[in-house]
Design a protein around this ligand. Structure first.
Ligand code: F6R
Length: 602
């Protein structure tokens, strides 16, 4: 959803900005732009396209100055072209702005500015911000006062970087409902939408909250409240992510690296939560009214969570797409409600809106989050981290399996505390959970087989993923992975639903991917597979049983794990299948078209 970056210090700003934008490219990649300043003059280069193409073409690394801001765009207002690329400037060309988010009242503000004689160059909502500040400067002597006055007129979500020629010592950054983090160096300061952008230079970070702005010099920063101007105390966080974690380390794509990191990530998720999980379980043990809210892949983790809670804790959480939650459930939430929010980034606008509503209604909020210090963590009463390390590939992989790990740990801890499941059984699945890295490693061992399978399937137009019970979520997630990076039409379905309609779509050779571990539903799965096979479908099964072999054209044999933990292992071959199909079809799996990693607008 756009990435922004800023730098002020002693280095050549354009080098830091280009490097940082490359690391933020997962947030949007339809256009790029940079502004630097030297001797009171702004230098701007921008255009439509990806940074690697534009670096040479525009000469992004040949820009003077030691302070500047940059932007990588995921278009919302105005098509991706050179003019709509950020930064945007005012009429005088002295103020430049980069923006992540949406200004909801921009039409009204633009009309007023047009009537005052301002000239606009682009179709973006962002450009009005530069003009608003320019306009306010007529009434205020001081840039910061003019900035505050202008920004208080904006409605919507925005993270902003602002540079002004006449104010040579400073850069300004603002946060309202879009992420922004300051990076604190020695004699240099950074700001970005996400930490990996400045990780090569510093691991000290300050997270801005909504309605705050930062005034930054090369040696200092001060964070203030946008409404009152009051100085805010901010904590400097030490981030334990390393640079290597945010680099490809020899893998062709981040996604492939992140798929292969899963054994380690799951191990970190387990050990990172061992000490706190029982305490958190105790704090939430008495809630009967439970909602789990999330979007996309995290929503699929929520679905798995629902099944585990039902099986182990004997409670039935309502799982709701966070974008629907506040419209449907407002009247039902109260102080006796527990809302569990699952979000990798901790910045997804819909999930944050659901959390805010829950807080407003005095519910208890527990978030399961990957990014330390992100907005969700600051809004919630309780937080469990997934400890997956930075995930750069747009398609979520290791953050999904770690979300599943954490929610499984939570359900096991609750079941132990509330005595809702057989002790021996709980011990058995707990031991299996600790062994999960080994099972994932075994599933990764099928990569060559899956690559060959992808070669065979690369021309197929439609895929159907079927599962039952807890693995309906695996079917949905497998299909989502395929759609988003290979652009092949895929549907995830409950296997039982097949004959209630979708079976009409099955013809000779249509691939059906059946997720069929041993457990409560295997027998029925086999019947559903046979129904599809009789209509000519090509059956690709994932399972651990011999019976499955007889009904499948291709069987990917998965090590036997308890059904409640099976989603953690079974998704791995499906991630690999989606990845290899995407690569074979010539797509960049790290940057799927039209998508961005954190969706910071509703
Ligand atoms: C899909 C994917 C998205 C995210 C969704 C929620 O691969 O990554 O569907 O899962 O945008 O993001 P978070 O978890 O950051 O709230």
């Amino acid at each position: 959803m756009c990435g922004i970056i800023g730098y002020i210090g002693e280095r050549k700003a354009c080098n830091v900005l280009v490097d940082g934008l490359k690391r933020l490219e997962y947030r949007g990649y339809d256009s790029v732009g940079i502004v630097t300043e030297e001797d009171g003059k702004l230098y701007i280069k921008k255009g439509a396209g990806k940074i690697d193409e534009l670096k040479e073409k525009l000469g992004l690394l040949q820009m003077p100055g030691k302070r500047g801001i940059g932007h990588t765009r995921w278009a919302t207002h105005g098509i991706p072209n050179d003019i709509n690329a950020h930064p945007h400037t005012d009429c005088t060309g002295k103020i430049a702005v980069v923006h992540n988010g949406i200004i909801e009242n921009y039409i009204e503000l633009k009309d007023k500015l047009l009537r005052k004689g301002h000239k606009f160059k682009s179709d973006t909502d962002t450009e009005i911000i530069a003009h608003l500040i320019e306009d306010a400067l007529k009434d205020f002597n001081n840039f910061e006062d003019a900035l505050r006055y202008a920004l208080l007129r904006l409605k919507g979500s925005f993270a902003l970087g602002i540079i002004y020629t006449h104010d040579r010592e400073h850069l300004y950054f603002v946060r309202n409902e879009s992420p922004l983090v300051l990076g604190i160096g020695h004699g240099e300061m950074f700001a970005a939408s996400d930490i990996p952008a400045f990780l090569p230079y510093t691991n000290k970070a300050v997270f801005l909250d909504d309605g705050e702005y930062a005034v930054v010099t090369k040696d200092s920063f001060v964070v203030k409240d946008l409404k009152t101007g009051e100085v805010k105390e901010k904590k400097v966080h030490e981030i334990n992510w390393t640079l290597e974690m945010a680099e490809k380390q020899g893998y062709e794509h981040f996604m492939l690296k992140e798929i292969h990191e899963q054994p380690k990530a799951v191990k970190e998720a387990i050990y990172g939560n061992l000490e706190t999980i029982d305490e958190i379980a105790r704090e939430i043990a008495n809630y009967e009214k439970i909602y789990i809210v999330a979007m996309g892949t995290s929503y699929h983790a929520a679905l798995v969570g629902k099944y585990i809670f039902q099986r182990l804790v004997k409670k039935v959480p309502v799982v709701e797409d966070a974008s629907e939650f506040r419209y449907e459930f407002e009247d039902l939430i109260d102080k006796d409600t527990l809302v569990i929010a699952i979000t990798q980034s901790g910045e997804t606008a819909d999930t944050l809106a659901a959390i805010k509503l829950a807080k407003k209604k005095n519910a208890k909020v527990l978030s399961i989050v990957n990014v330390v210090g992100s907005m969700a963590t600051r809004l919630s009463d309780l937080v469990l981290y997934t400890h997956a390390g930075p995930e750069i590939g747009v398609a979520a992989t290791k953050t999904y399996t770690t979300q599943l790990t954490v929610i499984s740990m939570l359900a096991i801890a609750l079941a132990k505390y509330l005595n809702t499941a057989d002790r021996e059984y709980l011990q058995k699945i707990e031991a299996e959970l600790y062994d999960m890295p080994k099972y994932i490693e075994a599933a990764l061992g099928y990569e060559n087989k899956i690559k060959n399978l992808a070669e065979r399937l690369k021309e197929k137009r439609d895929f159907f993923y079927i599962g039952r019970g807890i693995n309906l979520a695996t079917a949905l997630e497998g299909a989502l992975k395929l759609k988003e990076i290979s652009y092949i039409h895929a549907e995830g379905l409950s296997a039982g639903e097949l004959k209630h309609g979708p079976l009409a779509l099955i013809e000779e050779g249509v691939p059906i991917v059946a997720i069929a571990p041993s457990g409560k539903t295997l027998e029925k799965m086999i019947s559903n597979i046979q129904e599809a096979k009789a209509r000519g479908a090509l059956i690709i099964s994932l399972g651990d049983s011999e019976e499955l072999k007889k009904v499948s054209d291709i069987l990917i044999k998965i090590p036997k794990v308890d059904e409640v933990l099976s989603p953690i292992v079974y998704i791995v071959p499906l991630q690999l299948l989606a990845y290899h199909l995407a690569v074979l079809r010539g797509n960049d799996p790290d940057k799927p078209r039209n998508l961005a990693k954190s969706v910071t607008v509703e």
